[in-house]
Design a protein around this ligand. Structure first.
Ligand code: KG4
Ligand code: ZN
Length: 335
């Protein structure tokens, strides 16, 4: 079974071909990071235009790499929510064009489910499990049962983790995206440099805006006093606090739900401290932590195709999975 995946929800145009839900024949990603860097974040209008400019080439290259033609494609999987609406609509319209021309059914995919299913491309996942979804737009703890039902049991009440990494990095002049830079700086800094109060948020919910503000206020104060400090120390204090919170809550959720596996998902799952600290903390409790390889953590279309594969596999009637040519994008939608 060949599924063509299409992802265009933010600043990556990606088209992938996967075979039988396991084999990635191609996963072509055209990143716009260099363009958005100049503005310190993603500019939605520019993102849409870049997707339009690139998507046909990304498809051509992806088919060529997979050594197939559109005639070999059984299903088209496309991200329809959540994301930047203009960006989403480019992928959706492109999918509709291919579907109409080649009579291939479209399977709409939720972006966050895609991030979670990235794990299924590389691991034999044991369900039920807990997934910590950490990306530029999301921070959720999701319980996934044996039948692949997703139950959201916790979420951020304000900023997403990736969003606060990017904002802190912007204020400190570290460039965009901030997550990978802060990841590296952590090891050159002292995480005990600034004591940051952890917010009191119930059970499995999160709040990161207070932590972000504490960092920004500290930096402003130092600037006002004309005092120097080591940015690595502040970055380490920030990341250390955030990762402690993510690990503690995820572990509590896994223990409460009595699961043996935790799956990391989303761009921030690429964070080396989060991966190592969570693995270390859970090992003591006999819980396994799995995460996708670096390339499958951030936005890509292989994960979208994989989510569609499982949608098909878990439905009694495959037609229930299909969308018509009236498929629309949704900017904001829970899993
Ligand atoms: O999942 P993703 O590619 O896009 C969204 O769906 O949002 O995630 C992008 C986010 C950005 O905020 C970026 O700073 C963060 O993931 N990120 C990281 C790392 N790599 C990417 N954050 C922390 N450490 C990393 N190594
Ligand atoms: Zn994403």
């Amino acid at each position: 079974m060949i599924i063509l995946g299409i992802e265009s929800s933010c600043d990556e145009t990606s088209i992938a071909v996967i075979k039988d839900g396991k084999e990635i024949l191609s996963n072509n990603i055209s990143s716009q990071i260099e363009i958005h860097k100049e503005y310190g974040g993603v500019v939605p209008e520019i993102a849409s235009r870049q997707h339009i400019k690139n998507i046909a080439t990304v498809l051509e290259e992806s088919l060529e790499q997979a050594k197939i033609t559109l005639d070999d494609v059984d299903y088209i999987a496309v991200t329809y929510a959540p994301g930047l609406i203009g960006a989403l609509l480019v992928g959706i319209s492109f999918a509709k064009g291919l579907s109409y021309a080649k009579n291939i059914p479209i399977i709409p995919v939720h972006h966050i489910k895609g991030h979670i299913y990235a794990n299924f491309l590389e691991h034999d996942v044991e369900l039920p499990c807990i997934s910590l979804v950490v990306s530029g737009g999301h921070t959720n703890i999701i319980y996934i049962d044996e039948n692949h039902n997703f139950i959201n049991i916790g979420e951020t009440l304000d900023d997403a983790v990736g969003e606060s990494c990017d904002k802190v990095a912007r204020v400190l002049g570290l460039g965009y995206p901030g997550g990978p830079v802060i990841d590296k700086m952590y090891y050159k800094g002292d995480r005990n440099f600034l004591k940051i109060t952890k917010p009191k948020v119930s059970r499995f919910d999160f709040s990161f805006s207070g932590i972000k503000t504490a960092i920004i206020n500290f930096d402003n104060n130092m600037k006002m006093k004309n005092q120097e400090y080591k940015k690595e120390d502040l970055a380490a204090s920030f990341l250390g606090t955030v990762v402690d919170i993510l690990c503690d809550k995820t572990l509590d959720a896994a223990v409460e739900k009595n699961v043996k596996t935790i799956m990391l998902a989303g761009g921030v799952a690429a964070n080396s401290l989060l991966r190592s600290q969570l693995t270390e903390k859970t090992a003591e409790k006999g819980i396994k932590v799995i995460y996708p390889s670096m390339k499958l953590c951030t936005d890509n279309a292989a994960m979208i195709a994989e989510a569609a594969y499982y949608k098909l596999k878990n439905s009694k009637n495959e037609e229930d999975c299909f969308a018509g040519l009236d498929l629309n994008g949704v900017a904001s939608l829970m899993v």
